[in-house]
Ligand binder design. Structure first.
Ligand code: FAD
Length: 481
């Protein structure tokens, strides 16, 4: 009897443990993706993620076809739709890679129980992380709350095993074809208005796109990564985050790809170690998600629960969303997000700090905006990072750390190249004012073709005063337990 392979957040054929296991059975295999917008409690994907998913699924469907693996797309709640698909395929076994969000994991347990009651075997694998969140512990066997000991514990486990090879056509026995939907039936791409032009220009979703991006990063970005990763004006980071989010590449593949680059002398050890430790932060986010299932909505530190957040002012929120705050580095970041679905990590921190500390808006408002607009919107990384900036997370920035958008801009975008790319109104402003155009004289601004308040906004809030207000409010927090 055939095996049904259920693709989820592992939209790749290479290093896919569930696919490899399905093929190893020697039985005919059929693959399925279920678009589940019906199960209660699952967080709906944001708009940018849906855009990505539609392209990633198209790529996966083509890759499966090239391999001779029947692939079907269906829609519905997994608790009933998966057992039904198993029945339609006459499957004796279902195989998938595990998920770590609480609602998804619970749903998977329910699906597994139903299948097993119907006499269908289930096998599950880790295709998403270097280590299972529950396998990394302190010496006393407890979960970890601070990154450094967490990462040491991961490293003590030794090298992750080498990635599994991409299967060949010969290894595939085709299972029955299932009826299903066309990807366009899901209408995941925007139409009126079509806001996705910038996304299409910036990205190639899918496993082949991920592979190309890795090769490019190894050729051009990895050497110098440790020094340059904080520079939004340089193409120095891997931009792997959406590919990792949808499982078009595995962390294990990246781990070994940078190791191979080191062995060939293409990158120094410090750059490779730094890059791996960023993969470590991703692992740590999943470790935290496992400990705090309601991570995206609840402060890890309960002492923040009574914090007097400001009621979001609609005009200020609009200015933040659209990149019209009058602080050029914030505006460049928010516009990069809006047009390309991605933002550089340093600038994410600056924009998040501005919302939380300068505007005193609850971090959950920002988390939700990023969830909707990021192509890499990730259930673990997004919540962990927002809680980190707010100071309410596990191993978080201290609450009194308030990013100064002017100094941060001057330090990490010293020539204003990043700002000028995304805030073209400021392209002729002299570099020394590009992060604080209000300090230029009117004559200088006029020469640059800018009238503040017309072509580019005055700052919507005075940073020095906003900082004092934030510190006063955060100082009243109860002590950490
Ligand atoms: P690289 O520097 O090339 O790093 C390689 C990979 O390591 C990344 O793809 C990512 O998977 C992981 N990584 C890097 N930095 C971090 C980090 N700080 N925390 C966790 N993992 C990291 N990342 C997401 O993947 N999804 C999100 O939704 C997300 N939301 C964020 C929100 C805020 C407010 C902040 C400050 C950060 C957020 N991050 C998020 C983390 C980080 O900004 C991105 O992972 C990174 O910018 C992705 O770019 P890259 O792939 O070029 O990173």
């Amino acid at each position: 009897a055939p095996v049904l392979l259920w693709f989820r957040e592992d939209l790749r054929l290479g290093d896919n443990p569930a696919l490899a296991a399905a093929l190893e059975t020697g039985r005919p295999v059929t693959a399925l993706y279920l678009f589940d917008d019906a199960s209660p409690d699952l967080r709906p994907l944001g708009a940018a993620s849906k855009w990505w998913l539609s392209y990633s699924l198209k790529a996966l469907a083509e890759d499966c076809a090239a391999l001779g693996l029947p692939f079907a797309l269906r829609r519905g709640g997994a608790a009933t739709a998966i057992p039904k698909a198993a029945k339609d395929a006459g499957a004796a076994q279902l195989i998938w890679n595990r998920r770590y969000e609480a609602a998804e994991a619970k749903l998977d347990d329910e699906v597994q129980a139903r299948l097993e009651r119907a006499g269908v075997e289930v096998a599950t694998f880790n295709g998403r992380l270097l280590h299972e969140p529950w396998e990394v512990t302190s010496k006393a066997g407890t979960p970890l709350k601070v990154f450094s000991p967490f990462w040491r514990a991961c490293q003590a486990k030794g090298e992750p095993p080498p990635p599994l090879p991409r299967p060949t056509k010969r290894a595939v026995a085709a299972g029955p074809a299932l009826d299903g939907l066309a990807i366009d039936d899901l209408a995941m791409e925007p139409s009126t208005p079509d806001w996705a032009g910038g996304l299409r220009d910036a990205w190639t979703p899918g496993e082949a796109g991920a592979r190309e991006a890795v090769a490019e990063f190894i050729d051009e970005g990895l050497r110098g990564y440790a020094r340059d990763r904080d520079r939004p004006d340089r193409p120095s980071t891997s931009r792997m985050s959406p590919h990792l989010r949808f499982g078009e590449v595995s962390p294990r593949q990246l781990w070994h790809a940078v190791e191979a680059a080191k062995a060939e002398g293409a990158a120094p050890g410090q750059d490779v170690e730094k890059f791996r430790s960023e993969l470590g932060w991703r692992e740590f986010s999943y470790h935290l998600l496992h400990q705090h299932p309601d991570f995206a909505t609840r402060n890890v530190q309960p002492r923040f629960d009574a914090f007097p957040w400001a009621k979001p002012d609609p005009e200020q929120m609009r200015a933040w969303h659209k990149g019209l705050t009058g602080y050029p580095i914030v505006d460049a970041g928010m516009r990069q997000l809006w047009t390309t679905g991605w933002m550089h990590n340093r600038v994410r921190m600056i924009c998040a700090s501005f919302l939380i500390k300068d505007l005193l808006v609850d971090w959950r408002e920002g988390e939700a905006w990023f969830w909707d607009t990021l192509v890499d919107a990730d259930p673990a990384n997004n919540a962990a990072s927002w809680q980190w900036v707010a100071g309410c997370g596990a191993d978080a920035a201290p609450y009194f750390r308030v990013f100064n958008p002017i100094l941060q801009g001057e330090k990490f975008d010293p020539d204003g190249v990043y700002v000028k790319t995304f805030v073209p109104e400021l392209k002729d402003v002299p570099t020394r004012y590009v992060h604080k155009p209000w300090e230029a004289t009117e004559i200088e601004l006029r020469a640059a073709g800018v009238t503040l308040g017309q072509d580019y906004p005055h700052p919507i809030i005075d940073h020095a005063r906003a900082r004092d207000r934030a510190l006063a409010a955060f100082d009243r927090l109860p002590p950490r337990e």
